[in-house]
Design a protein around this ligand. Structure first.
Ligand SMILES: [Zn+2]
Length: 486
């Protein structure tokens, strides 16, 4: 029987603040030594009091504004009570009925809410102790560096219909968080964590929604896709066999590519939420919302639409820039150096610019392990190089050499041409003289070409190019050979 999937996501992202959510301890995800960035507040000592991190609150408000969500007049924090070694106070400060953001939309998926909470400590399960029995040596270590790190939680409505849509949504959110500078949102580093609520119901009118299964432990975009695909298939098989789907939490096993039952799902009342008595309600009227709105950068989807229109690039080319804001900035700065007639959407110069940026320039940066900021190639010089290529003054082979010299010296391409003579040889007289020599030295390919073998011509052109160290104009060379042999 065919089923209709209903998928909602809950996404957590660690905010990139200097200090933690409720104390002055450093929020440093790169710290490798355990229990360094801790204090009595984030380790839950009795008698300590939390203080709200303003930057964290502002970050969530900016996310909410970017997503078109509604901001309440008053927001507040609540205690979510549960016992586990990763939560030293035995409650997590989170938000229950008055989150910072209600609603909003991303990629056509409606959002329920975005709220702010604190992260838990990190548990590490290890083989320790001195018992001979392995089961007795198992220990769990707690690293409180992450405890109290500001955490955004975003919850979607169950609008998502398949695994691809879920991945696109998560990727676009990651991009937004990076554009806003509020989180690095690297899934592999645990800075962004996705949970999927998946259910299916039979495809007939009036069929009620199915039982919801929550899938956790999803640590990559590939895992988002795999976990949802697997869960849809598993639930269909359960229903097909006449059984009922159990409401539970399942974990994604990345090795076996399956979801595994972890526990029966708690509901909200199990956590005994109540207002955090140690913190005042958040009065958003006291926050300069106008300034936060102005601080929003051009958003990914805005930039995408503008780039498609202004430059006439393909969707794939556009995306290569949207996904890398520094590359996009470099592209725009180089483009702005072009003469007006080269700035028509889809012009030859724009096409050359994106191609050389994505292949040669990116390749060079990767090879030198440098990035856009410490590269010696300026957008102005890069634009000059593109114009030289477009005007056939240099070959693509010379362009590579010049680009390499530019990255070493920081010089503009004209200066490099003047000193190193890499200018393209297009003079037909010069090329004809050389071609005659090559024809005399290679009678067999010449004979082959005269019998109609086109490859033989390429061989002869190649010989000429080798003598010219790649500086010959290939089109002129072809023409010259054809004339001489024709
Ligand atoms: Zn602390």
């Amino acid at each position: 029987m065919p089923y209709i999937p209903t998928i909602g996501l809950e996404i957590h992202a660690e905010l990139k603040t200097k200090t933690k959510m409720f104390c002055d301890s450093l929020n440093d995800p790169l710290e490798r030594r355990p229990n360094v960035n801790i204090c009595p507040i984030c380790t839950g000592h009795p008698g300590t009091l939390p203080v709200i991190n303003r930057v964290a609150v502002e970050s969530i408000i900016r996310v909410g504004m970017a997503l078109g969500g509604d901001l309440p007049v008053i927001s507040k924090f609540d205690r979510k009570n549960y016992f586990y070694p990763d939560i030293p106070k035995a409650y997590q400060i989170s938000q229950y009925d008055l989150p910072l953001v209600f609603g909003g939309i991303l990629n056509g998926v409606r959002l329920t809410r975005v709220h702010l909470e604190e992260d838990t400590a990190r548990l590490q399960h290890a083989d320790g102790g001195d018992s001979a029995k392995k089961s007795e040596r198992r220990v769990s270590l707690v690293d409180f560096n992450r405890a109290g790190v500001p955490l955004m939680e975003l919850v979607t409505e169950p609008d998502i219909k398949n695994a691809d849509e879920a991945v696109s949504f998560a990727k676009e959110l990651q991009l937004l968080l990076r554009y806003l500078g509020v989180s690095d949102a690297d899934m592999e580093k645990g800075q962004m964590r996705v949970e999927a609520n998946v259910s299916i119901h039979p495809d007939f009118p009036g069929s009620p929604l199915g039982t919801k299964v929550e899938v956790k432990n999803i640590n990559s975009f590939k895992a988002v896709h795999g976990a949802i695909q697997y869960e849809l298939k598993r639930q269909a098989e359960v229903l097909d066999s006449g059984k009922k789907v159990v409401q539970e939490t399942r974990g994604w096993d990345d090795v076996d590519q399956v979801t595994v039952s972890q526990r029966v799902k708690e509901s909200a009342h199990d956590y005994r939420y109540f207002p955090e008595p140690d913190l005042p309600p958040l009065d958003l009227g006291k926050i300069d919302l106008k300034a936060l709105k102005i601080s929003l950068p051009e958003l990914p989807w805005e930039k995408r639409a503008r780039f498609l229109k202004e430059f006439g690039l393909s969707a794939v080319e556009t995306e290569s820039l949207i996904q890398d804001r520094r590359a996009a900035q470099f592209f725009e700065e180089a483009f702005s150096e072009f003469k007006l007639e080269h700035r028509t959407p889809g012009s030859r110069e724009i096409k050359l610019l994106i191609n050389y940026l994505n292949t040669d320039l990116r390749g060079l940066l990767a090879e030198k392990e440098s990035n856009w900021d410490d590269s010696k190639i300026s957008p102005e010089h890069f634009a000059d190089l593109i114009v030289l290529i477009s005007e056939n003054k240099i070959t693509s082979r010379s362009a590579k050499d010049i680009l390499r010299r530019m990255s070493e010296t920081g010089l503009d391409p004209h200066a490099i041409l003047a000193t190193e003579g890499l200018e393209q040889v297009s003079d037909a007289e010069v090329l004809r003289g050389m071609a005659m020599g090559i024809i005399a030295a290679h009678p067999q390919p010449v004979a082959d070409f005269k019998k109609g073998k086109e490859n033989a011509l390429q061989f002869l052109v190649g010989k000429a190019m080798a003598e010219l160290k790649g500086k010959g104009n290939p089109a002129v060379l072809q023409k010259v050979f054809r004339e001489l042999l024709g």
